[in-house]
Design a protein around this ligand. Structure first.
Ligand code: HGY
Ligand code: MN
Ligand code: MN
Ligand code: MN
Length: 399
């Protein structure tokens, strides 16, 4: 199966026919179809697939020596944001299979195991915490908290794991698997406009997080309730959305509120509660924290005259990831001095870097758009990414 053929197989899965992008949420039918695709590609190559207790998968290519340790892990994720692009995640997984094919075609002598990973719920689109699978694997989230995370359909992560044939009581750090990994190299479509060459190397991931604001007011009739009697949570929510942009401009960060839930959600009913999720990121932890604090203050000031309560919960936060310099420089060297650049996007590599040396390769995205249907990478650049990944894997894992 060539890169093109694998890509053609994966492309239609979970795609919104109206051109609204991809909807591949953890353990929903489209993502299960992507998992089945992954198992097929592994089987086709005679790769053993390991399932960790958290829903992550690793397809292993073992050396004839039987070595199982100091493995080079690559791969990415198969899930998407709502209406996401085709490349964010899948490009890293398809490129990993294609890079292994290239190494085998050239008869490269494998010395260290190479694993192709597919991490669960990287976007956090179903259960609200980004990189949930790699966080559980790395011990970066309390398994009890993870079990209780609830999707929009009201089902908990524990229930969904159980229905997927996994034991929710077994989720958590997999030190055995982590102990066998020498390093992790993730290839990913670039999610910005900074990369002007086909392939680049990541230097860092900026601090980023997501916070949940709960506004509780009083549901009532939109037509018969006097203004003076209203406790409308939509008003402080609106103030919070505008405050996010203003605080970002003040602090040199970026912020948006991309998701909101209104209860009961009737046109002719004053909302009883509004939940808004803030995504804030920036070059330094303190600037991000200040941004969130200022948004929180603005929300509370706006809520007071409307007798609306405000609650703020941190959903997930990742401090700055400064990728392993030795690995980063080795990759850039292998690629003949590829550009090295930071990213404002979170990745499993960022989470795993707390446990194993990690690095990332980026493939140019001429649109600079991501988390939207317009996300794109030229075929030639994708193939250049496969070649680059194969060179890196050859350097790290082969004689
Ligand atoms: O949200 C992110 O930055 C990543 O694309 N999951
Ligand atoms: Mn993403
Ligand atoms: Mn991604
Ligand atoms: Mn540094």
């Amino acid at each position: 199966m060539s890169f093109e053929e694998m890509w053609a197989d994966l492309l239609p899965i979970g795609k919104d026919d109206a051109g609204g992008g991809y909807h591949r949420f953890a353990w929903t039918p489209p993502e299960l179809e992507c998992r089945a695709w992954f198992l097929d590609e592994a089987r086709r190559r005679g790769l053993d697939v390991e399932h960790d207790p958290n829903g992550n998968m690793v397809a292993w290519w073992f050396p004839e020596s039987g070595a199982r340790d100091d493995a080079v892990l690559t791969g990415s994720h198969l899930d998407s944001v709502p209406g996401g692009g085709a490349f964010d995640g899948p490009l890293g997984v398809v490129s990993a299979f294609a890079a292994v094919d290239l190494l085998r075609k050239h008869g490269t002598a494998l010395e260290r195991p190479i694993g192709i990973g597919a991490f669960a719920e990287e976007e956090g689109a179903r259960f609200g915490v980004a990189c949930l699978g790699s966080r559980l694997l790395a011990g970066a989230i309390d398994p009890a908290r993870a079990r209780g995370l609830t999707g929009a359909d009201g089902r908990t992560f524990a229930e969904v794991m159980h229905n997927a044939g996994l034991d929710p009581e077994a989720i958590g750090p997999d030190d055995d698997l982590l102990g066998r990994i020498g390093c992790y190299v993730e290839l990913h479509v670039e999610q910005g406009r900074a990369l002007t060459e086909p392939v680049g190397v990541a230097s860092s991931i900026v601090p980023h997080g997501r916070w949940r604001f709960e506004f509780a007011g009083e549901g009532n009739h939109a037509g018969t309730t006097r203004l003076v009697d209203r406790r409308d949570p939509m008003l402080p929510f609106a103030a919070m959305v505008l405050a996010a942009r203003e605080a970002a401009e003040r602090n040199g960060t970026v912020a948006t509120v991309g998701k909101v839930r209104v209860v009961p959600g009737g046109v002719n009913a004053i909302a009883s509660s509004v939940t808004g999720w803030l995504d804030a990121r920036g070059p330094a932890d303190d600037a991000v924290r200040r941004t969130v604090t200022e948004v929180d203050e603005a929300a509370r000031v706006a809520a007071r005259p409307h007798r609306v309560s405000v609650e703020l919960a941190e959903e997930s936060y990742t401090e700055i990831v400064d990728f392993d310099h030795t690995l980063r420089d080795r990759l850039a060297g292998t690629l003949g001095g590829a550009p090295v650049l930071p990213t404002g996007a979170g990745h499993d590599a960022g989470i795993l870097s707390s446990r194993v040396p990690a690095a990332m390769l980026f493939v140019r995205n001429p649109t600079g758009v991501s988390h939207a249907p317009a996300e794109f990478a030229e075929q030639d650049d994708c193939l250049a990414g496969v070649e680059a990944l194969a060179s890196v894997l050859a350097d790290l894992a082969c004689g």
